[in-house]
Design a protein around this ligand. Structure first.
Ligand code: PEP
Ligand code: MG
Length: 867
């Protein structure tokens, strides 16, 4: 098969065969742009080389042919005595792997041709500058001699003469450097520098093929999930010289600003320089805009080419160019890397300019990158001044600093006194909620991405890092240890919830805002998706945030979260501790008052958007005091003796509370709690009806196992609804649905659908029960499972398609057999995960519900899944 393509034979669609660089060099050649002549050795040749570890006879022949063609095209000769041909050899895989593989420039130079070139060009300095570059690159790439040993010679020479820049090196210096470099080859004992250009070329091609398997390339591929199979192509091209003199140079340019997205050429160049000089930071490059003054014609031409390329590729481009003695050449084009906010602006602008349509624009952005635009971030410059203490799981994005406190109480007190606080704990529980609310950030040493700390932090958009294993909290001494380092109460730390990093001291932050382009972009996402995107919200503040992000409504209100404010906790405790029905009446009445206010607020904000309220879910003992100090305090508050309290707490203790007396099981044993909650919902609805606002309540039952259970609870709920509406003679449309979070419920979904108006998958519990992984304890083993590849990803973060996903499919099929238009949502954490959303679209999920800050991410993912 054909293993070599002249640039005139390929095109941009041939990435797999020619690599990204080769395909685009071909495309530019065919567009008639000034690209030096050349050819590409295909990735297929690379595959063959990986098997045999040598270049085949057939390929060697083809290389000879191609070099002859190149000689004809350029009127130059490899190893020629009158017009020597110099070439570059550059790697280029189908997926760009920046800096991972190798390049050699100026191949063809040797002790003879360097003299010829010097004479031909009347530029001895240029000839020897090119030669020393070849010697260094070849030694490094082919023989693995360290770059540093060559750099050292340059530095020594410059120091000896007190030169400031490479440009000060004289011809004599360069000649001496060349001979020093040859010495380095000798000392290294790896081989001599081949004088034969052909030998140089073949060694370079071998080296590029070998570089596919070098250590850093392997690591890079593993990190970025790039297949080992792809292989790299090799591009061989006539050299053009940016180091020819002051009328020459080399540079990189973006067709738009890669950090802001602003239209206009943006980049840097260096005069009298070659190849990597611009990126290597040897001299400070100049902004491309200054070319306008120094070389106006070249600048105009560059601008014109940039525009052509952008129009042609319909995408922001990143170009490499060289100016040789005033003539402009293009050496590479590719789609440019950019910040998330630049990506949005560029996508929206390209639609405005008619270059792409909305759907294409929507596919251009990683959904995850949206979340980076919604949170403050640390100032990168300031970050360098601070020590990285440790890294945990990035549970809730954002960047925040504060003084460390180890208990919710201390955090609250410090916050009340005006401090910014970071709550640092081994883990958190619902009783820490007040301390969590006032904290800038929450850090735990245990727990996974769906642990209490993680869910709550995301829910209230506080920065959160969980499962930071190296962190040891000593509550007794009010300190935390990280690898021998001690953090005291009141010390400043900075928490990056996007990376999971914890830093010492206070790092400056930069605020993020939703710009005009982002809201336009998200609007398109909404118009182009089928799945609804709702939010999980328990407070008007969270809901408002989600509404700012254009959520379709609330998919899950966890009502238990409403009970953790102090005055409510007291009533909840009185309720749980009461001896008899009579004793429960008063706390229930008080809770009713509070809950109906909560629901009123949420409904009012919602207007005509849906709000789904879930009735009480967690085991009751979560509301009771946990240690002696608290028992004493509660005893004082409630007038119940400490002994009695202890007894009661003991009697409520369970071995496996997650599998115990929780969810709708509480409704069966304590129906008055659900009755109170439904009454509170109805009171809110009735009050709003009085204000002329019609609300359709959606009530959700957690933890349902069976049809009989669902029917029982539904009966309880509907009786209460009827009673409330009869009292006020008002007609209320309502729905009663269930969480789908028990495997048994999925298997019997056809029956359960008979008593259920909608389903919502609680993937947190469903994953917990399908794997048998306690969601609060996975932190201790999950990282190893992922590291060893036993699990592809944390199933609490990305849906486990094979297991949990299969159960979901069964439930959807059975549920819709009973009611073919049954709305089915997902409200577990994976509801905000782009990869999971793709799967959910496939299996016919009606809507997802996620924490407020995930709403825009989920919206884009939903659009991409649908497009
Ligand atoms: C779930 O289990 O996925 C869910 C949403 O409920 P919770 O996290 O409150 O148990
Ligand atoms: Mg659940």
């Amino acid at each position: 098969t054909k293993q070599i393509y002249d640039f005139s034979e390929g095109n941009m669609k041939m990435r797999d065969l020619l690599g990204g660089k080769g395909a685009n060099l071909s495309e530019m050649t065919n567009m008639g742009l000034p690209v030096p002549h050349g050819f590409t050795v295909t990735t297929e040749a690379c595959h063959e080389y990986q098997q045999t570890h040598q270049l085949s006879k057939h390929l060697l022949n083809d290389i000879d042919q191609a070099i002859q063609t190149l000689s004809r095209q350029t009127n130059k000769e490899f190893n020629g005595t009158s017009h020597p041909l110099l070439i570059s050899v550059r790697s280029g895989a189908a997926i760009s792997m920046p800096g991972m593989m190798d390049t050699i420039l100026n191949i063809g130079l040797n002790d003879q041709t360097v003299v010829t070139i010097a004479e031909l060009t009347h530029n001895e300095r240029f000839a020897y500058d090119s030669y020393r570059r070849l010697l260094a690159m070849f030694g490094n790439v082919v023989y693995g001699i360290s770059e540093a040993s060559f750099d050292q010679v340059l530095t020594d020479t410059k120091n000896a003469h007190h030169y400031e820049s490479d440009l000060d090196l004289t011809v004599a210096d360069l000649k001496q450097i060349v001979s020093h470099f040859k010495n380095i080859y000798e000392i290294s004992d790896k081989g001599v520098f081949p004088q034969d250009p052909k030998e140089q070329l073949l060694a370079a091609i071998n080296a590029v093929f070998d570089s596919w398997n070098n250590h850093r390339a392997q690591i890079y591929r593993r990190e970025n999930h790039i297949s080992e199979e792809l292989g790299t192509a090799v591009n061989i091209q006539e050299m053009v010289f940016g180091n020819y003199g002051e009328n020459s140079g080399t540079g990189v340019a973006f067709t738009r600003n890669p950090s802001t997205g602003e239209a206009g050429l943006f980049g840097e160049y260096l005069l009298n320089a070659q190849g990597e000089d611009v990126v290597a930071g040897i001299r400070t490059p100049q902004p491309v805009a200054t070319l306008k003054a120094s070389m106006p014609d070249t600048y105009e031409q560059l601008l014109d080419i940039a525009n052509k390329l952008e129009t042609h590729y319909r995408e922001m481009q990143d170009l490499e160019f060289t100016i040789e003695d005033g003539r402009l050449y293009l050496l590479q084009t590719r789609s440019g890397k950019r910040t998330p906010s630049a990506a949005v602006k560029i996508a929206v602008d390209l639609v405005g300019e008619g270059l792409i349509d909305q759907k294409t624009a929507l596919l251009r952005l990683e959904p995850e990158s949206i979340s980076k635009m919604l949170h403050p971030e640390f100032d990168l410059h300031d970050l360098k001044q601070h020590d990285l203490l440790t890294t945990g799981l990035p549970a809730s994005p954002g960047a925040a600093s504060g003084q460390v406190y180890f208990t919710a109480e201390d955090a609250k007190r410090a916050s009340d006194a005006g401090q910014k606080v970071v709550l640092m704990r081994s883990d958190t529980s619902p009783e820490d909620i007040e301390g969590m609310i006032v904290s800038q950030a929450i850090v735990t040493s245990r727990g996974g991405m769906t642990s209490h700390a993680a869910v709550v932090a995301r829910g209230m958009a506080a920065t959160g890092v969980v499962g930071a294993h190296e962190l040891e909290v000593d509550y007794e001494r009010k300190i935390a240890k990280i690898k021998g380092q001690i953090i005291h109460e009141g010390d400043w730390v900075s928490v990056d919830g996007t990376s999971g990093n914890l830093y010492s001291g206070m790092v400056k932050t930069r605020d993020a805002t939703i710009k005009g382009e982002l809201s336009a972009f998200l609007n398109w996402a909404k118009q182009n998706s089928k799945m609804g995107v709702y939010t999980n919200a328990d407070t008007p503040k969270d809901f408002q945030k989600a509404l700012d992000f254009d959520a379709d409504g609330i998919g899950l209100t966890r009502t238990e979260h409403m009970f953790f404010k102090p005055e409510r906790l007291l009533q909840m405790r009185r309720l749980i501790l009461a001896e008899d029905l009579q004793g429960r009446k008063d706390p229930l009445a008080k809770l009713l008052q509070m809950q109906q206010g909560d629901f009123y607020e949420l409904y009012k904000l919602a207007g005509d958007k849906e709000v789904t309220i879930r009735l009480l879910d967690p085991p009751l003992h979560e509301f009771l005091p946990h240690d002696e100090k608290e028992i004493q305090a509660v005893s004082k508050q409630t007038g119940i003796s400490p002994e009695h309290l202890r007894d009661r707490i003991n009697s409520l203790k369970e071995s496996n509370p997650m599998l115990g007396h929780r969810g709708d099981r509480l409704a069966v044993t304590f129906p008055d709690i659900y009755e109170m909650q439904v009454q509170a919902i109805m009171n809110a609805v009735i009050r709003l009806a009085g204000e002329g606002i019609t609300i359709q309540p959606h009530i959700m039952i957690p933890l349902t196992d069976s049809q009989a259970e669902m029917a029982w609870v539904r009966d309880l709920v509907t009786k209460q609804i009827k009673q409330s509406s009869n009292e006020k003679s008002i007609k209320v449309q309502y729905t009663v649905g269930t969480m789908m979070e028990m495997p048994r419920a999925c298997m019997t979904a056809d029956a359960i659908a008979e008593s259920s108006d909608f389903f919502s998958f609680g993937t947190n519990d469903l994953t917990q029960l399908t794997f048998g992984y306690s969601r609060d304890d996975v932190g201790s083993f999950m990282p190893k499972y992922i590291e060893y590849g036993i699990l592809p990803a944390d199933p609490f973060q990305t849906i486990d398609v094979e297991g949990v996903g299969e159960l979901m499919k069964i439930a959807i099929k059975k549920g819709r057999k009973t009611k073919n238009d049954l709305p089915i949502g997902v409200c577990g954490e994976v509801g905000g995960d782009p990869k999971s959303i793709e799967f959910f679209e496939e299996i016919g999920i009606t809507y997802v519900s996620c924490s407020p800050y995930r709403v825009p991410v989920a919206r884009l993912a939903a659009a991409q899944a649908h497009i």
